[in-house]
Structures are given as C-alpha cells and as structure tokens.
Design a protein around this ligand. Structure first.
Ligand SMILES: C[S@@+](CC[C@H](N)C(=O)[O-])C[C@H]1O[C@@H](n2cnc3c(N)ncnc32)[C@H](O)[C@@H]1O
Length: 207
C-alpha cells in the first residue's frame, strides 16, 4: 500500500453521512460524465470513497472497478452496493499508486477529489493514460489549492506535519492542465463552478 490511510479510515463513516457540499455541481458533473459513458464500457474509479459515484454510474456501463486505499471506505461502499442490488461494481481496497491493469484496456477512468491527494500526480496521470484505450477518457475533479487563499496553502502542510490532515499536494489549475497534456491527453471538457472550487476536467487520450 503506497500511503497510510488512517485519516481516511477515520473519516469514512463521517464522510458517508456528510451531505454533498454542492448538490447542483455534483449532479452536473454526473451528467457530463454520463454523456461519455456507453453500456459496453469497462471503467475504473480510483479514490472511490464510499462508492456513491460508482453506484450512480453503474446502470450506464458494463462494469466499474472501484478502488480506494481505505478499507473502511470500501466496507461502506460494498454495503451500499449490496443494499442497492448493484452487481456490476467491484469494490477493492487498493492504492492507485500500486494498482495495475493491462495496458490500453479501459474505456474510462474516474478520479474524483483525489488527484491532489496522491503522492505523485504525474506518475498517476501517466498510469491512467497507459490503462486507457486510445480515444478513451479520464474524468477528474481536483482541488487546485495553489489557486486558493494563502490560508489553505499554509494550513495543508502544517496540518499534515501535525498528523491532523492527509497528504495534500498544492498546485494550480494550469499545472494540472500541463500534467494532463504532457501525458498525452487533450482536454475535452473543463468546468469550474466558481473560483476556488474543484476543477472538473474530461481529458481524452490522444489516439
Ligand atoms: C476526498 S475523498 C473523495 C471520495 C470520492 N471520490 C468522492 O468524490 O466523494 C478522497 C478519497 O481518496 C482516497 N485516496 C486518497 N489517496 C489515494 C490513493 N493514493 N489511492 C487510492 N485511494 C486514495 C481516500 O481514501 C478517500 O476515500
């Protein structure tokens, strides 16, 4: 396992009970994503949390493999899927950093509220690129704290140092765009509900 997930294990129950911060933005992201999905698609979601998004997309694709490095998140996700009789999502405890699937086999990869939490963003983006078929999409929603107030830029490293917060990487929207294009993606759709909010990007693997 690439990173300890104690913080996220501790958060899991609370996270599953929290209302979505911006329901309208969440619904819009689901809808935009859905426009890219097809019933025969094989999808990976990493950092799936308690599984709500994978479960919401499940009726629109063939299969979703949903991974998260927190065992508690995965436990709750499995319970939700069982309660909803969702049978085409496989939840697995795994870190994206160590995760392997055969190259060029996936039709879509989702990484929602997670790219700013991984150790090496460029390595993860390169891995996603390798997993996807040519022309397939990487859907991400990412907090770009480098564009936010100084407050967050100070709090994130201090909180991490004190062991109160998980790893949070600080970068700007422009840096994220550069990472995606340098890896061989073309940005197909980009939306930021408001300044300081997560940036939602659908990036296509250049065929
Ligand atoms: C902010 S939550 C987002 C959960 C979900 N994607 C959502 O949008 O509600 C971040 C999730 O990513 C997971 N995570 C963080 N780093 C990860 C990594 N390197 N590999 C797999 N999961 C990771 C955490 O355990 C947590 O469940």
């Amino acid at each position: 396992m690439a990173r300890p997930s104690r913080f996220w294990d501790w958060m899991a129950k609370r996270y599953s009970k929290q209302p979505i911060a911006d329901e309208a933005a969440y619904q819009k992201k689901l809808q935009v994503t859905r426009d890219y999905l097809r019933p025969d698609m094989e999808v990976l979601e990493f950092g799936c949390g308690t599984g709500s998004t994978a479960i919401a997309h499940a009726p629109h694709v063939k299969h979703i493999q949903a991974i998260d490095f927190s065992s508690k998140m995965i436990e709750i996700a499995r319970e939700k899927a069982a309660a909803g009789n969702v049978t085409n999502v496989t939840f697995e405890q795994a870190a994206i950093d160590d995760f392997r699937v055969p190259g060029q086999t996936l039709d879509a990869v989702l990484g929602l509220s997670v790219l700013h939490l991984v150790e090496d963003r460029d390595a993860v983006i390169a891995k996603v690129h390798e997993m996807l078929k040519p022309g397939a999409v990487f859907v991400s929603s990412t907090a770009c704290l480098g564009d936010m107030m100084m407050f967050f830029r100070v709090i994130a490293p201090v909180g991490r140092f004190l062991g109160l917060l998980p790893l949070v990487r600080i970068f700007r929207v422009k840096e994220l765009e550069n990472s995606l294009t340098a890896a061989g993606f073309a940005i197909d759709h980009q939306w930021q509900p408001a300044k300081g909010k997560a940036v939602f990007i659908v990036a296509k693997k250049v065929a």
